[in-house]
Design a binder for this molecule. Structure first.
Ligand code: R5P
Length: 295
């Protein structure tokens, strides 16, 4: 038997103060389970509601990508500044220290290399291994309009079912094939399909015209991929425009790790996403950090 409560202090039940029942901060996520929300709150900073994910999973189909020849050398200085790391399980286990506190978004689809038809992907990570690696989310490529569209959507729905059983959110990644027009109409279709089929958040490409309609019609958070390497000011402008038009973060790779000064670039992107800097202000910060050899 526990000892009787012998404290002389009066018990304080604060009957006049109702317990708070707060809504979860992230768009479309309020009805998810605690574990899933907790994982999403590791990816998206609850203070700003946004995320800066560092994507370096490119090797899963294109091998040693420029800037990622030695992930063990190029990524550790960058990883410190990202909210989440998007990577493959091979790189996680071989290169990333298990002592990291960063959220892990695990690439969980793959198959064909850059030499083949890319849309022919399958699930590449079992959910029990994702749990073992303590990931915050798994990511699956969805090829809407592609040759293997249905198969890629089946990959998504199978991961969503498995993720629901253990509280792991799924990131739907909209992939644009060579023959598809990369416009808002296509992005609305692809992002909405991912969300309707259970993705907790969706990654897509920024488009110059009407991107607001993409984020507005997607009921869960949208983050943008960086795409091919751009001049730094252009990449910062794209990030600013995407956030201003409703994106809740970036999942950026080449525009960071292929920059002349990757650490400075990641810091500038963080200022855009989390602190509302203008592209000009962020670019000046980038140049100053680069000049000061914060590379
Ligand atoms: C591409 O297939 C990978 O999933 C990347 O994570 C994604 O494209 C983001 O990287 P980047 O900013 O280089 O486009």
């Amino acid at each position: 038997m526990p000892e009787a409560d012998s404290s002389s202090k009066q018990k304080e039940y604060f009957p006049g103060i109702p317990q708070k029942n707060e809504l979860f901060f992230l768009k479309g996520s309020n009805n998810l389970d605690w574990g899933m929300k907790n994982r999403l709150a590791r990816i998206f900073n609850p203070a700003s509601g946004k995320t800066v994910m560092l994507a370096f999973d490119h090797g899963y189909f294109q091998g040693p990508t420029t800037g990622l020849e030695r992930v063990d050398i190029s990524i550790p200085p960058l990883a410190l500044q990202a909210d989440a790391l998007m990577l493959t399980r091979g790189i996680l286990r071989s290169v990333i220290p298990p002592s990291t506190h960063k959220a892990i978004v695990m690439r969980a689809s793959g198959g064909p290399s850059i030499l083949k038809e890319l849309s022919n992907e399958h699930i590449a990570v079992a959910m029990d291994d994702a749990v073992r690696m303590n990931v915050s989310a798994v990511a699956v490529q969805v090829f809407v309009g592609g040759e293997f569209e249905t198969q890629s959507i089946r990959n998504l729905t199978r991961l969503v079912d498995a993720g629901m059983r253990c509280g792991i959110p799924v990131l739907g990644v909209t992939a644009v094939g060579k023959d598809l027009v990369r416009d808002a109409r296509y992005m609305r279709l692809a992002t909405r399909i991912c969300a309707e089929l259970g993705a907790a958040f969706v990654k897509t490409y920024y488009v110059d015209e009407d991107f607001e309609s993409v984020t507005a019609s997607c009921p869960v958070p949208v983050v943008i991929a960086g795409g091919k390497k751009l001049p730094e000011l252009d990449a910062l402008t794209m990030a600013r425009n995407a956030i201003d038009q409703g994106a809740l973060g970036v999942d950026m790779g080449r525009n960071i790790f292929q920059s002349d000064a990757p650490v400075a670039m990641l810091e500038a992107v963080r200022k855009i996403v989390h602190e509302g800097l203008s592209p000009k202000e962020a670019f000046e910060m980038y140049q100053s950090l680069k000049g000061g050899k914060r590379r």
